[in-house]
Ligand binder design. Structure first.
Ligand code: DGY
Length: 321
């Protein structure tokens, strides 16, 4: 009997595959730093039993129609808005994601963006490297305090809670908005549930951690930014499309809000000529929320465990249901 075939859409370290190589025929897109071209992926998926996909790969009806043998597609992310879940269900393809293993790392990055924007770290770094530092001055690159301020977390899932824990360590008050109340977070972290509008107007830092869906699409729009404090800072580590980027640009440019820290964008990779890239009060990162060596390895290992289990007739560890 021939071995099942698993296709991996990006180059990953061979050593992660070694434990499974006797039983599985792995193929992957070998070009470091480049996504697999769509036509190659559509061809490769034809005889694949398993797939490891990235958040930048569209696992849609077209791909699933090509994939006549596919049993599982393991997405290397906790978010799965790149996947047509209904179409996968119809085709009986199991979808898995990578929750838990990336929670703390993604929360770290969210907090790093919060601190970088509040204390103007990127501007300050640019200032000194451009040789602009001639004198010390009382308000030179003065930002805003973080400690004892109010954070408003929109989307109180695992990552939201991990951000709340960090915020409590800084003596911050925590407001949150979520589809349902989170009683454990309320008890353990003194997180206070509030409606979206109140969160926007009360919080010094508004952090988006909501999954992208038809309800959350562009939920941060012109009217949301108008409700924020003029000293408010907006952080997005969820998905770019939760934000109306034109409205955010206007709010930042006109100083309706003070700053934004963004790890995600409507179009990724975002280009240098995008209006947001021209602003000193926007700190922008290339979607690196979970990008630590340890966490990316744990995420890949989890994808492989899901695949091996399903191909051996077992249940996936972390199915998207
Ligand atoms: C995810 O896993 O969805 C994150 O966006 C990755 O950084």
């Amino acid at each position: 009997m021939s071995k099942p075939k698993v296709y991996i859409t990006r180059k990953i370290p061979d050593k992660l595959l070694h434990p499974y190589m006797n039983d599985i025929d792995f193929r992957m897109w070998e070009k470091e730093g480049e996504p697999v071209p769509r036509d190659v992926l559509l061809e490769e998926v034809k005889d694949a039993d398993g797939l490891i996909s990235m958040l930048s790969d569209a696992i849609d009806q077209e791909l699933l129609n090509h994939a006549t043998r596919l049993k599982i597609s393991a997405n290397l992310a906790v978010g799965f808005d790149n996947i047509d879940i209904e179409a996968a269900k119809e085709k009986e393809v199991i979808i898995t994601n990578t929750p838990d293993v990336l929670t703390e790392t993604t929360a770290d990055l969210g907090f790093a963006l919060l601190m970088a924007t509040a204390r103007r770290i990127v501007e300050a770094n640019k200032y000194i490297k451009n040789d602009q530092w001639k004198n010390w001055a009382p308000y030179l690159l003065a930002g805003s305090d973080i400690h004892h301020k109010t954070i408003g977390i929109v989307g109180m899932g695992r990552i939201g809670e991990a951000i709340a824990r960090r915020a409590r360590g800084f003596g911050m008050s925590v407001l949150y908005h979520n589809r349902s109340r989170k009683h454990k977070a309320e008890e353990e972290l003194q997180a206070v549930y509030t409606d979206f509008d109140n969160l926007l107007s009360e919080a010094d830092f508004v952090v988006s951690v909501v999954p992208l869906s038809s309800e959350t699409h562009k939920m941060f729009d012109a009217s949301a930014f108008k409700k924020m404090k003029a000293t408010g800072i907006f952080i997005n580590i969820s998905r770019g499309a939760t934000v109306d980027e034109e409205a955010l640009f206007e709010a930042l440019k006109t100083k309706q809000i003070t700053a934004a820290g963004l790890d995600v964008f409507v179009e990724e990779p975002i280009r240098k000529d995008h209006p947001l890239m021209t602003l000193d009060n926007a700190v922008c990162l290339p979607h690196i929320g979970s990008a630590s060596e340890e966490t990316r390895t744990a995420m890949l290992e989890l994808c492989l465990e899901n695949i091996v289990s399903v191909l051996n007739g077992g249940k996936p560890k972390t199915p998207v249901e």
